[in-house]
Design a protein around this ligand. Structure first.
Ligand code: NCD
Ligand code: ZN
Ligand code: ZN
Length: 409
């Protein structure tokens, strides 16, 4: 496969060159003879990596599954997704980890990895399963993976390999409960308390901890007091707020952690320099489930476009997007053949039209959940073609081909 006349960042500069992909790997960058696909004015990004998706498989496949979820990933410009463990059964035992591997192998049409889940007492299972990453929920969220006592948190922090990312959902369970009971207070402090707790325990155990979906400027900075902290942002805390979108979305605005105030949303933009990665936190629920107060937003098919739109508004630079949505996730999770357009890397390329405007409509999406909090938004910047290990899998913004996904984590 030759992608001709692609415009992309190479060594910090924008170049226009051909990309040669052979047997799934990038083998040359330059000028090549032969048949190929002309990138013709499109901008090439390394195939994006989403480190935070909930594909709901097994157990909740009426919301999403490995097939529909990975198709949604491709349509959104992601060639690799890392799946969260809050499925049914949860990915917290050797058995369920293996079960999910079998399912993913059968159904995934982009590359993928599986995060393991921590419980209050699955220390032996973790040791036996030897996962490369683990998720620990300090506060109540979808599923029942709660680890809310310091003893269990500390035990996981000290026994899970120190350099492997331990992903934390940082909302303090006790604080959330108290706020709910008193019907007073701001849920934001539950996050700050949990970030402080996790950061101090990480410091004490000298370990890497990865803070999922960090929502405020202050939380980012509290996390970063410890040098081995990694911080993820999710798009909804940057593009939606309680005042702006809470009313419009009604019950559909429920997400953990909750949407923040408009002032905090604006402030979070000022923390982006310190942020390590973007995770869509693709958390699909059907409309029916949302009406019954399920928490979470789908995000795979809107995240990149929201950031490209922000780029067009002068709010963010393209290198930030490439670094936080491809290079860094690859580095953090040890995906050595992913995240860059360069010789020897996998031939995963996302071609975007930086200037094309389009209107968001869940009717056009691959996700099974059937709705999006961004319905009706007009965004400038659109995924046009996606290559997965050299295969053209998205063309003219539609999934056109399926190849078997490969497990990378
Ligand atoms: C996620 C889900 O539904 O799986 N929900 C959410 O509101 N973010 C779980 C999570 O990431 O906490
Ligand atoms: Zn979470
Ligand atoms: Zn999540």
């Amino acid at each position: 496969m030759i992608i001709k006349n692609a415009k992309f960042y190479l060594g910090g500069k924008v170049v226009i060159k051909d990309i040669l992909i052979e047997k799934g790997k990038i083998t040359g960058i330059g000028k090549f003879k032969g048949e190929g696909i002309d990138a013709n004015g499109l901008f090439a990004l390394p195939g994006l990596i989403d480190p935070h998706v909930h594909l709901r498989d097994p157990g909740l496949t009426y919301k999403e599954d490995f097939h529909s979820g990975t198709r949604a990933a491709l349509a959104g410009g992601f060639t690799t997704v890392l799946d969260m463990p809050n499925t049914t059964p949860p990915t917290t035992t050797v058995k369920s980890f293996k079960q999910k591997q079998v399912i993913a192998k059968k159904k995934a049409v982009c590359d993928y990895g599986l995060h393991f889940g921590a419980t209050k007492n699955n220390f032996n299972e973790v040791k036996k399963a030897k996962p490369n990453s683990m998720k620990l929920c300090m506060g109540k969220t979808t599923g029942n993976l709660l680890v809310d006592d310091v003893y269990s948190i500390l035990k996981h922090f000290s026994s899970f390999p120190k350099e492997k990312p331990l992903i934390v959902h940082a909302e303090d369970a006790e604080t959330l409960e108290a706020i709910e009971k008193m019907k007073k207070g701001r849920a934001e402090i539950a996050e700050k308390i949990a970030v402080e707790k996790a950061r101090l325990l990480a410091e004490q155990t000298d370990r890497v901890v990865y803070f999922a979906h960090t929502t405020t400027f202050e939380a980012v900075h509290l996390a970063k007091i410890w040098k081995k902290s990694l911080v993820e942002v999710a798009p909804h805390y940057l593009f939606l707020s309680r005042e702006k979108d809470g009313k419009r979305l009604g019950k559909f605005s429920k997400v953990y952690p909750p949407l923040r105030s408009e002032a905090e949303r604006r402030e979070l933009w000022g923390a982006l320099y310190f942020v390590d990665s973007v995770g869509s936190d693709h958390a699909p629920h059907t409309s029916q489930d949302k009406k019954k107060s399920s928490a979470g937003f789908p995000g795979l098919e809107t995240t990149l476009a929201l950031f490209l739109n922000a780029y067009n508004e002068g709010k963010i630079e393209l290198p930030w997007i490439i670094n936080r949505m491809a290079e860094n996730p690859a580095k953090i999770f040890g995906l050595n053949s992913k995240g860059r357009i360069g010789k020897g890397y996998d031939g995963d390329i996302t071609l975007v039209d930086l200037k094309e405007g389009w209107k968001v409509s869940a009717d056009d999406f691959e996700s099974k959940c059937g709705w999006t909090p961004y319905e009706g938004f007009t965004l400038k910047g659109r995924v046009k073609k996606v290559f997965l290990r050299g295969n053209l899998v998205v063309d003219d913004s539609k999934v056109v081909k399926e190849v078997k996904g490969k497990r990378v984590l």
